[in-house]
Design a protein around this ligand. Structure first.
Ligand SMILES: Nc1ncnc2c1ncn2[C@@H]1O[C@H](COP(=O)(O)OP(=O)(O)OP(=O)(O)O)[C@@H](O)[C@H]1O
Length: 257
């Protein structure tokens, strides 16, 4: 029996008197995609930051099944080890590609510098791998020396994905990966993400307010309201037969839109 890749145990985060998220627990299994949905202010981003090691929970813990160490509380890791984990085994795709890219260096360098951060030194190999990854995310290889500022929003997002996946992570966190893009661009990006997740056998946690995104990408779904988990289950089950009144409202409001 394999262990969960990530165990989130009773995570609570407060901002002064305000609740960011409260007593949230779930397990993510290898190769599984978990979607977290809820309206604005329901605590999705707060939870994602706590479980991805970017923010510290006030209570609870997050245990990761590290390749070399086995299950380890991420807050008990040394800072250099945690940083290394975030550069190698983990990836984080931000809603705004500007938060995940270096806008002042070329597309090739954006991908290549992640490889250098994990020890790659051979320039020709780095460039070849970077170019290969541009192809995988459907960016013309002739654009390898262009800066991301010269790319469309959809291309920037695809470049951010290449930069994140080039080091072969096992676990990818995504915060509204298709937010702010045109509908047709979103559809293409979702297809690409779905293909990569399957091909690479990635585990992922995807935060979104868009139920179409989780319908397409997530195996399991967690619905949040006021910082708490109100419902969880297989995606199709939750969306087709929501049990909690809040989920019913969420699903019916999309159907009416
Ligand atoms: N830096 C902060 N300082 C104070 N309160 C915060 C901060 N960040 C979030 N909150 C509060 O925590 C709660 C959860 O917010 P959070 O941003 O996690 O929700 P969300 O579901 O991600 O919303 P959105 O979809 O709009 O990003 C909200 O009440 C919010 O006002």
């Amino acid at each position: 029996m394999t262990a969960p890749l990530l165990s989130v145990e009773h995570v609570t985060r407060r901002y002064g008197p305000r609740i960011g998220c409260q007593d949230v627990s779930f397990e993510l299994w290898p190769g599984e995609v978990m979607g977290i949905v809820g309206e604005s202010g329901s605590g999705k981003s707060t939870l994602l930051s706590c479980i991805s090691g970017q923010g510290d929970p006030d209570e609870g813990r997050v245990v990761y099944d590290a390749r070399d160490l086995g299950p380890v509380d991420i807050r008990e890791m040394s800072e250099p080890r945690r940083r290394m984990l975030m550069r190698t085994d983990w990836a984080f795709v931000h809603q705004n590609p500007r938060d995940g890219l270096r806008m002042t260096v070329s597309a090739g360098a954006n991908v290549g510098e992640r490889l250098m951060a994990v020890g790659a030194r051979n320039y020709a190999n780095i460039r070849a791998q970077a170019t290969d990854w541009l192809g995988k995310v459907e960016i013309d290889e002739g654009r390898v020396d262009d800066r991301p500022a010269a790319f469309s929003g959809g291309m920037q997002q695809r470049l951010q994905i290449a930069r994140n996946l080039v080091t072969g992570p096992r676990l990818v966190f995504m915060d509204e990966p298709t937010g702010g893009l045109d509908v047709s661009v979103q559809a293409r990006l979702l297809d690409l993400i779905r293909g990569l997740v399957r091909e690479l056998g990635l585990s992922a946690v995807i935060v979104t307010h868009d139920l179409a995104v989780v319908r397409l990408l997530a195996d399991r779904l967690m619905v949040m309201k006021d910082g708490r988990r109100v419902e969880t289950g297989l995606t199709d089950q939750v969306l087709d037969d929501p049990q909690h009144p809040y989920t019913q409202l969420l699903v019916s409001s999309v159907l009416q839109a």
